[in-house]
Design a protein around this ligand. Sequence first.
Ligand code: PT1
Length: 285
Amino acid sequence: MGSVSREPIWRVGDVEIDCGERTLVMGILNVTPDSFSDGGLYLDHGAAVIRGIEMVDEGADLIDVGGESTRPGSDPVSPEEERDRVVPVIETLAAKVPVPISVDTRKPAVARAALDAGALIVNDISGARDSEMFAVVREAGAGMVLMHMKGEPKTMQVAPHYDDVVGEVHEYLRERIEAAEFAGIAPERLCIDPGVGFGKDLHQNLTLMHHVDALLDLGRPLLVGPSRKRFIGALLDLPEDERVEGTAGAVAWLVGRGAHIARVHDVKQMVRVVRVMDAIARAGR
Ligand code: PT1
């Protein structure tokens, strides 16, 4: 098998996440003003905690808490605002659920506060462009998701160009793993993500997903986040709340090609998808 482990272990805090036994599901928990009230001005931390607990009951292996939307075209949020959104939710959830919690942030100050509140993983969609992020992760002994993004959320969908999308994402992630190691973070603490929808057009997203197994030689757990994204809307001509089956199709493909963790909104449904896939995969071993 060479030096690449087929069943990587992901060390997050004192927890060892086994990414080889079965496919893991990461539930998405957005704590933004418009995600629980209809465009209201206040945040409902209580509703977010209830949804987090519900996702664990539905089979989520991890919960990803985010306070800044990074969907295409979204505006940045101040560090104080982002921290006030996520910290109370993480504090309460960490005491109530047995699964590791990640914080979806690009800001070192937010990450530090979230890790202090009980999160074990930093999910940084910028691949730690702010190198202070590596120091925060190292000092806390946390785990980290390194994701590929071209550009910034506000403008990333404006004519993204690649000569070779798979090769460029591979090289980017290889370089970020190296940068993390240089900053004192052991590779065992890292998970990689191709960044579906982050600075990629429809064809680039499809090509990247088709060849997602090309990232496995980096030797780290592979996380993918196709959930309800625009590429599904483009293929099916359906709005976000009608993309669950399209999400299932993408998750099935990605897991079939070797992805270890699926980051999804529809936990109940996607747990069923990956359970069936895992049973079939196991029959061939
Ligand atoms: C992701 C991800 C993420 N996606 C990780 N974190 C989002 N590790 C937030 C669209 O095309 O894939 N991996 N955190 C959400 N971002 C987007 C991007 C949402 C694109 C929607 C689209 O619709």
